[in-house]
Design a protein around this ligand. Structure first.
Ligand SMILES: [Zn+2]
Ligand SMILES: [Zn+2]
Length: 312
């Protein structure tokens, strides 16, 4: 059965059996009391400070676009009122001006073809393209188009080969890469960052595997030189309310549309809630601007001025 037919059938069944909120595919399900996902903060903190070199000094963001989805599709049991989703790229900056990017957003064409898409900022997209050119490394939280598509749509993507740091599961997810028409010439040049569970890829920056939303999903832990610590959680949740209210995406989205490993991801939600309750680490949800602002992430990338050729 085609994907769209499955969704229509699920919705039809929901309507047939009673109120939408009571339907298997839309209802809220209890989140486990105890997580089986090993989110060892001490280990992330140790890895972040394990190598030589200064810790990052600052984090900035570029907001490329917005979208809106019904709340009931983002968090089971919520109303159908629209909830905004922002699409951003994060820039981790070191004191010497070097920087790393987390995610790449997507270009206007991909953005406009996404359900619920709203505004798109061409100037911000052009800044992201320029920032990819100058980045030391580019990592993605996971292999979905709104995080990975910017790399695929970079006008000279070949030049990015040496800086793209996909993990093995991301690189192996050929269906996801094909879905964004990832350039074959670039793909052939890439080799993965191979690690078991967590690895430091630069002073203060640690990747931590979190398969579930996609096979290659990962968290990015960042420790700044000023003592602040942040955890970029990608799309483990789409909105901070999922953590504070302990509600996960409905099965209509996880089972029929995304094809998530729901059981794994819902344990990650529990672990994020425990970290939230503990305090001290800013949890940054990709699509929830409130979490960017409360984490003190300023808007607008810091890029070196382009060199100007002096005329004769
Ligand atoms: Zn996303
Ligand atoms: Zn996603």
């Amino acid at each position: 059965m085609k994907f769209s037919s499955r969704v229509l059938l699920a919705v039809a069944l929901c309507v047939a059996v009673g109120p939408l909120s009571g339907c298997y595919y839309l209802r809220s399900e209890a989140v486990p009391e105890i997580s089986n996902y090993d989110l060892d903060l001490g280990e992330l903190q140790r890895l972040a400070r394990s190598g030589p070199g200064d810790l990052p000094a600052e984090i900035r963001r570029e907001e490329v676009g917005t979208a809106e989805l019904p709340g009931a599709l983002m968090m089971a049991g919520r109303s159908w009122d629209g909830v905004e989703m922002t699409h951003v790229v994060f820039q981790i900056l070191w004191p010497n001006g070097a920087y790393l990017l987390i995610d790449s957003a997507q270009d206007r064409e991909m953005h406009d073809s996404t359900p619920g898409s709203g505004d798109f900022d061409d100037a911000a997209w052009n800044t992201v393209v320029a920032a990819m050119d100058g980045a030391e490394q580019i990592v993605i939280t996971h292999e979905h188009g709104d995080h990975l598509g910017g790399i695929a749509r970079h006008p000279r993507s070949d030049v990015l080969a040496s800086k793209i740091r996909f993990n093995a599961e991301q690189l192996a997810n050929r269906d996801a890469l094909e879905a964004v028409d990832f350039p074959v010439a670039l793909l052939e040049k890439l080799s993965p960052v191979v690690f078991e569970d967590a690895v430091a890829i630069a002073p203060g920056v640690v990747l931590k595997k979190a398969p579930g939303h996609t096979p290659g999903s990962q968290l990015v832990f960042v420790a700044l030189g000023n003592g602040r610590e942040l955890l970029f959680v990608g799309d483990v949740v789409w909105n901070l309310d999922a953590i504070t209210d302990l509600v996960y995406r409905p099965r209509l989205i996880t089972d029929l549309i995304i094809g998530e490993n729901r059981e794994t991801a819902i344990h990650q939600l529990r672990a994020l809630r425990d970290l939230y309750d503990r305090g001290g680490v800013a949890i940054v949800v990709s699509h929830d601007r409130r979490t960017h602002e409360s984490a003190g992430i300023e808007t607008g990338f810091s890029l070196p001025m382009p060199s100007i050729e002096i005329g004769h």
